[in-house]
Design a protein around this ligand. Structure first.
Ligand SMILES: Nc1ncnc2c1ncn2[C@@H]1O[C@H](COP(=O)(O)OP(=O)(O)OP(=O)(O)O)[C@@H](O)[C@H]1O
Ligand SMILES: [Mg+2]
Length: 253
């Protein structure tokens, strides 16, 4: 049975997509069968694994709104063992259209029942909001990974995210666990980054991944080539740390 993991934080630019793409690719590199689901209208995870949005016929929008079978939207990527359900800008309308839809919070969960057996991991790249797309993702997931940028204001908004997680656990998905907080974009030369690590560890304790993602220029270059880091520059520090994270995620179950 595949483990479904949502990568979520309503704060923008904290490393959700970078982590979704590279964790997925590294899990696949380690021999796991992985499905990456892009549920952000920006479609950055889609292009990040080399899918040209112009080639997308049906995306996650049709799955959520038109009841299209998710199997009919799955595309191959440059990485062996890694498939993607893409997102295009059409998804921007879904947040509003879902409001008046029957079972609006459980549409993704229902859709994924069909493919859960086919993969070891299903990773969902969430948009920077706590709207129905993120609620659908949390409702469908076994676990949430929360990327937190090692910067000032890092913890801002986390209490709102955690209360959303608690509401989903109470009303929609009793099984949802916080798998971990992932510290991202650390600049180890600054005291600030180290202070944020301390603070996050004090608050989340053993829920913080041991792997900390440093700032790495190769990680920021890779998306413009449509390649996960493990293909773009497998010897880079970025590739090393996301492989470490993938191993940690596998160990966590
Ligand atoms: N470890 C890193 N080192 C250097 N650059 C990074 C790193 N992680 C992410 N970035 C860059 O930071 C920017 C934001 O990252 P990313 O797109 O992953 O965040 P996000 O949380 O998905 O953003 P959004 O909320 O808009 O979806 C991107 O330009 C990305 O390339
Ligand atoms: Mg993103």
């Amino acid at each position: 049975m595949g483990r479904i993991i949502a990568i979520a934080n309503q704060k923008g630019g904290v490393g959700k997509t970078t982590s979704s793409v590279n964790l997925s690719a590294c899990l696949a590199y380690l021999g796991k069968k992985v499905l990456l689901i892009d549920i952000d209208p920006q479609g950055n995870a889609t292009s990040g694994v080399g899918v040209n949005k112009g080639d997308v016929d049906q995306c996650i929008y049709e799955v959520l709104i038109d009841d299209v079978d998710v199997k009919d939207t799955i595309m191959e990527t440059k990485v062996e063992n890694l498939h993607v359900v893409p997102a295009t800008i059409s998804l921007a309308g879904a947040e509003i259209e879902l409001v008046s839809t029957m079972s609006r919070e459980v549409r993704l969960k229902t859709a994924l029942q069909e493919v859960k057996e086919m993969y070891d991991y299903i990773i969902i790249d969430c948009p920077p909001s706590l709207g129905l797309l993120t609620i659908n993702s949390l409702t469908a997931s076994d676990a949430i990974v929360i990327p937190v940028q090692c910067e000032y204001y890092a913890l801002e908004g986390l209490s709102q995210l955690l209360s959303t997680v608690r509401l989903v656990q109470k009303h929609l998905n009793h099984d949802l666990e916080i798998d971990g907080v992932l510290l991202t974009m650390l600049d180890a030369r600054t005291n600030l980054g180290l202070q944020v690590i301390e603070e996050v560890k004090k608050y989340f304790q053993d829920k913080v991944y041991r792997t900390i993602i440093p700032r790495n220029i190769r990680l920021s270059e890779a998306p413009s080539h449509g390649e996960p880091i493990i293909i773009y520059d497998p010897k880079s520090r970025g590739a090393e740390v996301y492989l470490d994270l993938a191993r940690e995620v596998i160990r966590n179950g």
